[in-house]
Ligand binder design. Structure first.
Ligand SMILES: Cc1cc2nc3c(=O)[nH]c(=O)nc-3n(C[C@H](O)[C@H](O)[C@H](O)COP(=O)(O)O)c2cc1C
Ligand code: SF4
Length: 411
């Protein structure tokens, strides 16, 4: 299977710093069309297109817009927040969009704002992404000059403007409710759900939080229609997905493919296994993802199919390991990552992540009784998942349980 670039079609083709180039390539056509539609029609089109959030959870984008637009009708303000924090290990898909075609996701953000009738927005960008920040700043400035942002956008009577807020290196601030705290200038600690951002988001107002890749789909869907979009991917996961593949493949990088591609097809596209090595394992979806072994190579990578098989699609990160690699080292890294990123607010996660790292150290030191220790770690991670305050404490069980399922022998 070859690449199918609908989001990345301008990469390497246009100058990302030139708005006229973007316009010549069809940029802002989706927005022009959306502004002629009723906001509810835009939401309807996106819902029927079947677009699901690319930030990891795969929730229906249209439904989220509907909830946000219908909640608190008396509230004086609604917001759109773009999640450009991209903190999941192994993931760099949003960076490609921001650096190579910033007008695409900016246009998607304006369409989303129009759909929910928000007049203000924030783009929360990972602070280390200097080039993404620079390109987005320029794109916003140029879009304002062209009348795509600001008052009375393209003569439609709709007003919307957006500002940039920089993250400061916290993985947890990529979690939507923590991000809202950070946007309000507070410490990056999570809020308790519910209320969801759609009801009570930033500054207590209804807020739509979407990932960069999710928003990049909007101009394409509106410009070409839901039927065109649904021809790509599968019935329950339409469209394409940008995968970022790294590790033991010959050509690591980013690849945009229709949803439903198999892991084997993705590896083949990435040049196959490096130096002809044999495949051993992959970590799908980053640290908050799952390990798979060779029995999963021919499974279709969609949200539902992978979930049914006990795996995750998540952000689309794929880290490939070969025979001879120590999968346990990768698990150990994931657990150290969670320990480092735990905000320490609640006991099960603060103590639990530390304990899991200690036990992973013991596993790596080759202590006797490995199988029992691993079983105990899974049990502890399950308890953490059911008692922690936010999704970070619910994450270590994912790599741990899948590791125990496939790699019990622990090498
Ligand atoms: C610990 C943690 C970190 C997250 N980091 C990101 C991130 O960097 N980027 C992102 O888009 N979503 C991230 N998410 C998911 C967001 O909370 C949220 O689901 C997403 O922004 C929703 O957008 P979507 O519907 O377009 O996928 C994270 C979630 C958790 C629990
Ligand atoms: S689960 Fe972890 S990251 Fe989340 S609030 Fe508790 S300590 Fe903080």
């Amino acid at each position: 299977m070859g690449e199918k670039r609908i989001l990345l079609k301008n990469v390497g083709v246009i100058d990302p710093g030139c708005i006229d180039d973007a316009i010549r390539a069809g940029g802002y056509e989706g927005l022009k069309k959306a502004l002629k539609m009723e906001p509810a029609m835009v939401i309807g089109e996106l819902t029927e297109a079947g677009l699901r959030g690319r930030g990891g959870a795969g929730f229906s984008t249209g439904m989220k817009q509907k909830f946000t637009s219908e909640s608190c009708l008396k509230c004086p303000q609604r917001y759109v927040v773009v999640n450009a924090d991209e903190g999941e290990p192994g993931t760099f898909k949003d960076r490609v969009i921001m650096e190579q075609d910033p007008h695409l996701y900016l246009e998607g953000t304006i369409i989303a704002a129009y759909a929910i009738q928000a007049t203000k927005g924030f783009i929360y960008i990972r602070g280390e992404y200097h080039e993404s920040i620079r390109k987005t700043e320029k794109a916003i400035k140029d879009a304002r000059k062209k009348g795509f942002l600001g008052k009375n956008i393209m003569g439609s009577g709709f007003d919307f403007d957006v500002g940039i807020k920089l993250g400061a290196g916290s993985y947890l601030c990529g979690e939507e409710l923590t991000m809202l705290e950070s946007l309000e200038g507070k410490r990056g600690h999570p809020r308790i759900k519910p209320p969801f951002p759609a009801e009570k988001g930033v500054f207590g107002m209804p807020t739509l939080v979407n990932n960069v890749e999710t928003l990049a789909n909007l101009p394409r869907i509106i410009a070409h229609g839901k039927d065109w979009y649904r021809k790509l991917g599968t019935e329950r996961s339409p469209g394409t997905k940008i995968f970022t593949i790294s590790g033991q493949v010959a050509k690591p990088g980013y690849y945009e493919l229709p949803m439903g591609v198999t892991l084997q097809e993705l590896i083949d596209l990435a040049g196959g296994m490096r130096d002809g090595k044999a495949f051993k394992a992959a970590l799908l979806g980053g640290a908050a993802g799952t390990f798979v072994d060779a029995t999963m190579l021919s499974e279709r990578m969609t949200y539902d199919n992978l979930r049914e098989k006990g795996a995750t699609l998540g952000s689309g990160a794929v880290i490939v390991m070969a025979e001879g690699d120590a999968v346990l080292d990768i698990l150990h890294n994931c657990l150290r990552f969670f320990k480092h990123e735990s905000c320490g607010k609640c006991v099960p996660c603060r103590v639990g992540t530390t304990q899991l790292v200690k036990k992973a150290d013991q596993l790596r030191n080759g202590q006797p009784g490995k199988a029992a220790l691993l079983k105990q770690m899974v049990r502890e991670a399950e308890i953490m998942a059911s008692t922690s305050l936010c999704p970070l404490g619910q994450s270590p069980v994912l790599p741990l349980e899948s590791f125990a399922r496939y790699f019990k022998e622990v090498k």
